[in-house]
Design a protein around this ligand. Sequence first.
Ligand SMILES: [Zn+2]
Length: 134
Amino acid sequence: MKHELTINKTHWQEMLKHVQEHVPLEACGLLAGKNDRVEKVIPVRNQAQSAVRFVMDPYEQLRAFDWIEANALELLGIFHSHPAGPETVSRTDIAESAYEVIHLIWSRTGDRWEARGFWIENGGATEVSLQIVD
Ligand SMILES: [Zn+2]
């Protein structure tokens, strides 16, 4: 498992903006980079257009994977929002988790958004450390 993900403030804000723009729907996207450090945030359309789940648009996801490979980066994480909670991965997230990457969950209390990272394995989730840097 991975224990840590490093994200700079610009990328953090990019994710936050994408997530906020889609309230009340869940928003999602991919995090690409190298050596556990994010170098690119790739928003992906939530095909489910739902407030309680997300399904990445398969075409956009494929394009993103191609871009990541073409730029010699790795898929490090998948982020999505829980506009109505919970602040952790849901049962559905665990059941539908298809990639061995860090899952970053954005949740809010009032207008304040927070993100937490999780590693999903063997039907459970373990919190991982998110390092926010300049
Ligand atoms: Zn979720």
